[in-house]
Design a protein around this ligand. Sequence first.
Ligand SMILES: Nc1nc2c(ncn2[C@@H]2O[C@H](COP(=O)(O)OP(=O)(O)OP(=O)(O)O)[C@@H](O)[C@H]2O)c(=O)[nH]1
Ligand SMILES: [K+]
Ligand SMILES: [Mg+2]
Length: 506
Amino acid sequence: MWRGLWTLVTLTARGPRRASQMHRLPFLFSLRPFTRQGSGAPTPGSGATIFALSSGQGRCGIAVIRTSGPASSHALRSLTAPQDLPRARYACLRLLSDPRSGEPLDRALVLWFPGPQSFTGEDCVEFHVHGGPAVVSGVLQALGSVPGLRPAEAGEFTRRAFAHGKLSLTEVEGLADLIHAETEAQRRQALRQLDGELSHLCQSWAETLTKALAHVEAYIDFGEDDNLEEGVLEQADSQVRELELALGAHLRDARRGQRLRSGAHVVVAGPPNAGKSSLVNLLSRKPVSIVSPEPGTTRDVLETPVDLAGFPALLSDTAGLREGVGPVEQEGVRRARERLEQADLILAVLDASDLASPSSCSFLDTIVTATRAQSSSGSNQRLLLVLNKSDLLPQGGPGPSPELPPHLLLSCLTREGLDGLLEALRKELAAVCGDPSAGPPLLTRTRHQHHLQSCLDALGHYKEAKDLALAAEALRVARGHLTYLTGGGGTEEILDVIFRDFCVGK
Ligand SMILES: Nc1nc2c(ncn2[C@@H]2O[C@H](COP(=O)(O)OP(=O)(O)OP(=O)(O)O)[C@@H](O)[C@H]2O)c(=O)[nH]1
Ligand SMILES: [K+]
Ligand SMILES: [Mg+2]
């Protein structure tokens, strides 16, 4: 078919002489038309129809049971009365009964989604039944008795959706993240990815590369032909340069998307008895750490996952930093320092009523000053200075020293200043994790970073390539990585671009 099309074009647009050059275009005839179905994913379940409980386990108001596959309509008819198929995509009330015994199971809402307009792309049915365990297991058993139906494996509905081109790989990842999202920021980020923002961006980058590749290939094939547009290679070069800039900007993202997915490391540190453990308990809303008036209470690093102002964080409580103590506390101090190095954000806590003590001064001089100096010289580590126990400051007094770096006043005892701290945390974490509702889509997984970096490396090879065949190959490799990112398996659409974007024989 392609050969036919090409011949048509060569005859009409370029005159018959071009037909003799067809042997010079081997790559064009190995092309498959672009479809997302050629995504390298396994072809779905060889006709099997799957079913599963899609809502959560346990007693609930409504439970949703789904089927997907060619026997879905048969399953629906077998379980319902009347037995006719309801109108597509409209909810209707039906009596469900066991097809073997005729025993009524429930009165339920059923929905019929004929493929391909369904989540998986196959025929699907949803049963919205009453959420009692006996109803759910009765309907599942009834479905299991219908010939051609079997229970779904984990993720099998989504896998079928991917195999039918309903979702790209990054969208599948977004869906998984949405299901697991625990904080507002994670939900926003996952929803953007599920909406396909990252995959659309990659598709547009891949299109740019397809154009550049088409330019280079055309030059290889028609280079000496004066009918070819001028400057095709220069166009390819400038397309590659623009793409390099865009990819570089995304990669400089410094793993913000990944932090948003798995949580930023927030480390609470400070001198002994400053109220670090009190703050950790306050922020996590549970008694994670022991609080006591005795300095040196916390020894081990205590970690707890928390939702901090809508952002996911792994909050670590650490031992108070001081010198000249016994071996156990000294080990705690060593662990605290080690954890500080891994922090995305340091919550530095001092006792507002004890700023002149040697341990407060030493903490300010070392950790606080050093971190602030590093972050102004481009390090990614951030720091918030919190002066706790503000309730101990004299009412209407002068407040802490004006020479201190920027800080927040807080009382873990009275909770005064907590709202201000949460607002400051929200800003800091938005900088650490990226604001999920603004800017370009974030890279949420190492896999994304790997493919973008490999794409960028291949563009480097393009620029260094000594001949055009190698340059074209580098572009193909670069484009392959973008396709892998969205889950495609090296699909080709150069012909389309040659017809659409090129005026061979104008
Ligand atoms: N007045 C007052 N006391 C506080 C406040 N926050 C904590 N404290 C008290 O300060 C003491 C030390 O608190 P912790 O939370 O154990 O302090 P820490 O920094 O974890 O101490 P170490 O683990 O020993 O380094 C306890 O007696 C707390 O009740 C506050 O805001 N105001
Ligand atoms: K203490
Ligand atoms: Mg403590």
